[in-house]
Design a protein around this ligand. Sequence first.
Ligand SMILES: NC(=O)c1ccc[n+]([C@@H]2O[C@H](COP(=O)([O-])OP(=O)(O)OC[C@H]3O[C@@H](n4cnc5c(N)ncnc54)[C@H](O)[C@@H]3O)[C@@H](O)[C@H]2O)c1
Ligand SMILES: CC(C)[C@H](C(=O)O)[C@@H](O)C(=O)O
Ligand SMILES: [Mg+2]
Length: 356
Amino acid sequence: MTTRFSLAVVPGDGIGPEVTSQALTVLDAVAADHDVAFERTEYDLGARRWHATGETLPETVLEEIRGHDAILLGAIGDPSVPSGVLERGLLLRLRFELDHYVNLRPSKLYPGVPTPLAGSVTDRGDIDFVVVREGTEGPYVGNGGAIRVGTPHEMATEVSVNTAFGVERVVRDAFARAQARPRKKLTLVHKNNVLVHAGHLWKRTVDAVATEFPDVTTDYLHVDAATIFLATDPARFDVIVTDNLFGDILTDLAAAVTGGIGLAASGNVNPDRTAPSMFEPVHGSAPDIAGQSKADPTAAILSGALLLEHLGLPEAAARITTAVEADIADRGTTARRTEEVGEAIAARVAGGVAVG
Ligand SMILES: NC(=O)c1ccc[n+]([C@@H]2O[C@H](COP(=O)([O-])OP(=O)(O)OC[C@H]3O[C@@H](n4cnc5c(N)ncnc54)[C@H](O)[C@@H]3O)[C@@H](O)[C@H]2O)c1
Ligand SMILES: CC(C)[C@H](C(=O)O)[C@@H](O)C(=O)O
Ligand SMILES: [Mg+2]
């Protein structure tokens, strides 16, 4: 019997629709073999809607989206809209309202992928780590303001919020993920030599939760040093847990050293399943290449694989990652159009051996 899943699809802005349609093609290619069907509702949210109506995320639309099994999102943000309006009013609002407190960002260096890594990195095969980025707190919450705007005496604040509740739940999730991985290693990244209030809360929380996971080894890096090691020795990482802003920055760097932003997938996960989780590439709307079929849809396609895992379909997810891995190994240097990449991966998925 076919199992039906409802998907809310938010293609969004710039290259968002281009890469999302490829992710959907690949999801459909894998669905039939696994006896699942995706019933999709597409939501017109982003710059076009904002220009037409002034809306970013109407309450009624949010409630409709809430009723789905999962969300697939392309990218949000457009140069024609003041910076922050869509990012905060749409993307972050979805993450906050749907309690996506685990922002999961895996990084893996696939064989054959070019990387700007330092020449000293020899054991490239071991580069396989995941950043568990806190998704609902930190400096992202909008706790700030500005006075005397536009004057020489302007003062602006953007206060980072870190609650014991919020830190503990994401740290606990990161430990569980570390425990389930072969190396069982967790690195806390923060800046507790300077940010002593938030940093010490994070450190104390990791130390306390560690007692419940005796088989997981832990270490700590200041965020500045973490950027050094991400560029020179990324194989040292297994699971990184960090706050919302550090995680944002580290994961673009992680993407850059593992083949580029076009390959980096993510899941905004609500582990308690009180609302649908949302899967999206790490990259943005890339206005510089939008509408030219130049975007690499691989990140969106791999985000589709994370979505399948979340829905309890690990074999279907593996079909996609295996197809992507094969496509990457074969890529060479000839540039392909967005849809060519998507169709090639979909063909490999369809031609693959059905498992599960
Ligand atoms: N999750 C999201 O929706 C998200 C994430 C990041 C940025 N943004 C928004 O996107 C807009 C542009 O931001 P930005 O330029 O800082 O970041 P970006 O990720 O959109 O682009 C950075 C660079 O990476 C390239 N790039 C991105 N995705 C690519 C892909 N799939 N294939 C090939 N090249 C790719 C772009 O061409 C650009 O040169 C802004 O409005 C920003 O707020 C949204
Ligand atoms: C667009 C922005 C709000 C977003 C973030 O900072 O989380 C983006 O950079 C990301 O990485 O998904
Ligand atoms: Mg980012």
